[in-house]
Write a protein that binds this ligand. Structure first.
Ligand SMILES: [Zn+2]
Length: 155
C-alpha cells in the first residue's frame, strides 16, 4: 500500500502532485487544492479500464405527427361518435374534437386514456423522428411533402 509522502498515511489511492517543483505522491487529503498530475489506486485504475459511457440521450417519446388523424380513425373503426368516446374517457366532447383536429394537444392523462380506450400508440421515440428529419434534410420539406408522406412511403 502506498504511503503519503507528506503525512505518511497508508492509502489506497495516491495522488501525484506538483509540490514546489517536485512530483510527490500524497493522500487525498494532502492533494486537496494542489496541482494533481496523476491519480493511482484501485479505484482510479478501475475507472480507467472502463470504457467511457456514451452520453445517453434520454429516449424521449413524443406525440406522433398525425395524432389527431390516428385518434379519429381508431374511433371511427370502433364506430362511435366523439361524444361517446369523450364520455368513456371522461373528457369534454369539445376538447376531443379539437384534439382530433389537432387544434390542441391532449394532456398526458387524456392521451393515456385515449391509447387505452382505442388500443393505439400516440407516442413515438423522438430519436427516430430526428433521424427521419435528418435523412430528409437535403431536400426542404414542404407542407405538400408532409401531406403526401404516406403515399410516398407506400411506393
Ligand atoms: Zn497525507
Amino acid at each position: 500500500m502506498p504511503e503519503c509522502e507528506i503525512c505518511g498515511k497508508r492509502v489506497d489511492t495516491v495522488y501525484e502532485i506538483n509540490f514546489e517543483g517536485t512530483r510527490i505522491l500524497v493522500c487525498g487529503k494532502d492533494a486537496r487544492g494542489r496541482d494533481v498530475i496523476n491519480t493511482f489506486g484501485p479505484k482510479s485504475s478501475e475507472e480507467r479500464s472502463k470504457p467511457p459511457e456514451p452520453a445517453k440521450a434520454p429516449m424521449q417519446e413524443e406525440l406522433i405527427e398525425n395524432y389527431g388523424e390516428k385518434i379519429r380513425k381508431a374511433r371511427e373503426a370502433l364506430g362511435i361518435p366523439v361524444k361517446v368516446l369523450a364520455e368513456r374517457i371522461s373528457e369534454k366532447e369539445s376538447t376531443l374534437t379539437r384534439v382530433e383536429k389537432q387544434e390542441t394537444l391532449p394532456s398526458e392523462k387524456t392521451r393515456q386514456k385515449l391509447e387505452k380506450e382505442l388500443g393505439i400508440k400516440l407516442l413515438a421515440k423522438s430519436q427516430e423522428s430526428k433521424q427521419f428529419i435528418a435523412s430528409k434534410k437535403s431536400e426542404p420539406v414542404t407542407l405538400w411533402d408532409l401531406a403526401n408522406k404516406d403515399e410516398k412511403d407506400g411506393e
